[in-house]
Design a binder for this molecule. Structure first.
Ligand SMILES: [Zn+2]
Length: 421
């Protein structure tokens, strides 16, 4: 492998993925705009024209912003790699930290500084999305103070959770020889499983308040549904999602018997109890078909592949040089290799996205079919319609765009399947 080949492959994947992203986004905007004047046929009795147009405008605004932010991210990525940003940061920190802090502190400092700079670069984009786009369409409920508090808390939690994990991975890379990636894989898998338990109970409560579901009628309905489906959960909770956004949702968190059901307060405000029941039945469908466990197994399997590939790359000088970095001679390259790998793989993984989306849409159809057996198809339809309307999701996406990106089937396909149930 030569440095030139690495640069060439990286540039090709980066430019090709950006070109496809921009092309698909412009198709989506054109398609949505072309169908803006009229509510499409299956929905014209239930969706008002102004709601349809608001959804069109929201979709176009978000897609246009997506084109801008993707271009920006690509520029930042080129800046880190081929233009030498990471190399410069590495040299500065190596000279400043290595003499007094030693190898581990230098490597953690490199990651920390990279994370901090990336967060600062992304913040204006995040700010614009929240306070311009979401605000304009009435979705944002965050103040600037809450926004900045979230950013600070996110960095703090990321540091508190991420740095010890990183230190452990770097130690494993250093200490366990050429099969370090197997040990790192075991460590990473353990960490992911631990987060399944820690996230809902420790981390999420730092950002939101969770209160037990007080509505006795709804709680009774849900308990009956869960019994019918043979499902156990450790409690029903309402989350104050309305603190940040008007978008509604419901989810399961945790594993085994520690699972909890979480409803956004915004969802409960909007849906009737039978509709909430149908939405929950859909979520139970994901569990009943083992979608969640399968997804987890897939992630764990792909992590092994990724780490094995990283282990191979980390030993090739061309890998560093091809991505704009001179490897260290007198210090370990583990942190550098890990960072470069995290930067370099997304443009390649982009091309696997459509396959993942396809699998996800198949799961959604299965979960819907399950919900139709355990609850009312009509109630699920009407709940979905309300959610589409409230979230200003377009009913007329470009078919190719939807095929490429949508993790859920487009409204027309999904409701047609429910109507047949
Ligand atoms: Zn689903």
């Amino acid at each position: 492998m030569q440095a030139f080949h690495v640069s060439l492959a990286f540039c090709t994947a980066l430019l090709l993925s950006l070109a496809i992203k921009l092309w698909l986004a412009s198709r989506q905007m054109r398609h949505v705009h072309a169908h803006r004047a009229q509510v499409p046929a299956p929905f014209d009795a239930t969706i008002a024209l102004d709601a349809h147009q608001r959804a069109a405008d929201y979709t176009i605004a978000r897609t246009r912003f997506g084109m801008l932010s993707e271009s920006f991210s690509t520029a930042v990525l080129v800046g880190w790699t081929l233009l030498g940003g990471l190399d410069a940061l590495n040299i500065q920190l190596r000279n400043a930290v290595l003499p007094w802090g030693g190898e581990m502190v230098y490597q953690l400092a490199l990651f920390g500084a990279f994370g901090l700079i990336s967060a600062l670069l992304e913040m204006p984009m995040e700010w614009y999305k929240t306070f311009r786009i979401e605000q304009h369409f009435g979705f944002n409920r965050m103040s600037l103070g809450l926004f900045l508090g979230d950013q600070a808390k996110g960095l703090l939690v990321g540091g508190l959770v991420g740095l010890p994990l990183l230190a452990a991975v770097l130690w494993v890379m250093q200490a366990t020889g050429s099969f370090w990636w197997l040990w790192a894989w075991a460590l990473w898998t353990g960490f992911m499983l631990l987060m399944q338990v820690l996230y809902p109970t420790v981390i999420a409560p730092l950002f939101n308040r969770f209160t037990p579901l007080a509505d006795a009628e709804l709680a009774g309905r849900i308990q009956t549904l869960m019994q019918r489906c043979g499902f156990q959960a450790k409690g029903l909770f309402v989350m104050d999602g309305s603190r940040r956004s008007a978008h509604g949702n419901a989810y399961f968190a945790g594993m085994g018997r520690a699972k909890r059901v979480v409803f956004f307060d915004t969802l409960l405000e909007r849906l009737q109890p039978p509709e909430v029941e149908a939405v929950l039945a859909h979520e139970l469908g994901h569990f009943s078909h083992h979608h969640v466990r399968r997804r987890m197994a897939l992630v764990i399997g792909l992590s092994a592949l990724g780490l094995a590939l990283l282990a191979w790359c980390a030993g090739q000088t061309a890998f560093y040089q091809g991505l704009g970095v001179q490897p260290n001679v007198l210090a370990p390259n583990h942190a550098l290799a890990l960072l470069l790998f995290m930067l370099a793989t997304p443009p390649f993984l982009y091309f696997v996205g459509p396959l993942m989306a396809q699998l996800s849409r198949r799961d959604e159809f299965q979960a819907d079919a399950y919900a139709c057996r355990q609850a009312s198809p009509q109630q699920l339809s009407s709940a979905l319609l309300k959610l589409y309307e409230d979230n200003a999701s377009t009913l007329t996406p470009d078919p190719l765009y939807a095929r490429f990106y949508y993790s859920h089937p487009p409204a027309s396909e999904r409701l047609a399947a429910l109507a047949r149930a």
